[in-house]
Design a protein around this ligand. Sequence first.
Ligand code: ATP
Length: 238
Amino acid sequence: MLLDVRDLHVSYGKIDALCGVSLQVAAGQIVTVIGPNGAGKTTLLSALMGVLPARGHISVDGAANSVGASIGQRAGEGIALVPETRALFASMSVEDNLRLGAFRFRHEPRQRHADALAQVFDLFPRLQERRTQQAATLSGGERQMLALGRALMGRPRLLMLDEPSLGLAPLIVRDIFRIIAELRRQGVSVLLVEQNARAALTLADHAYVLELGEVATQGPAQELAHDPRLEQAYLGHA
Ligand code: ATP
């Protein structure tokens, strides 16, 4: 198991945001976490990335419990997070944002950086066209592509995405989801938090439904996509 999470708890003061969440991501899988606003999805990704303190058990690649690990340690384990805010460096160019994504490899030869950049540009030709443009002036879709591209520059084994479709037009969402599927093909595992439950279940291998800080349901994504209990709450009446 690439990521094995057991009985994870996170509190904000007296508020319990995660109350014993267990979740697994196998290598090469896309796993999605869906659920209503305030269910704890962002909290979960933040805790896994070491941004928030948590209690419980997190193990990467079968290693011992590393629940207190820092962001740097997580990055070193090959885990990357693309937050909902995208967190770009607004006044810097597309290319400089991408190069910062490879910061942990700063001592590697320049050629490796050039190769990594070329791979990202292969995936996102639009970013290549706009490599000198200031990040602040990109469209919403381009910004999401840049955030994804920057995370990929860190050569992650597990990419965690918080609402990558948020605020984007349907055609762009389709593009982003196509790229997530392509990443799986290239061997990157993905933990995908999404409000767009139908699209996420279509793409994912396995799914968890988070409600009020607990896993309410989980199973193969294809099964949950046809689960009548989810129809009403998450999938509309399509
Ligand atoms: P959304 O889909 O709206 O982003 P979510 O499922 O990602 O929701 P979280 O943002 O993880 O949910 O929030 C889970 C709970 O924790 C909510 O009740 C929220 O109000 C609370 N919470 C989140 N961040 C903080 C914080 N910094 N301080 C206090 N409470 C917080």
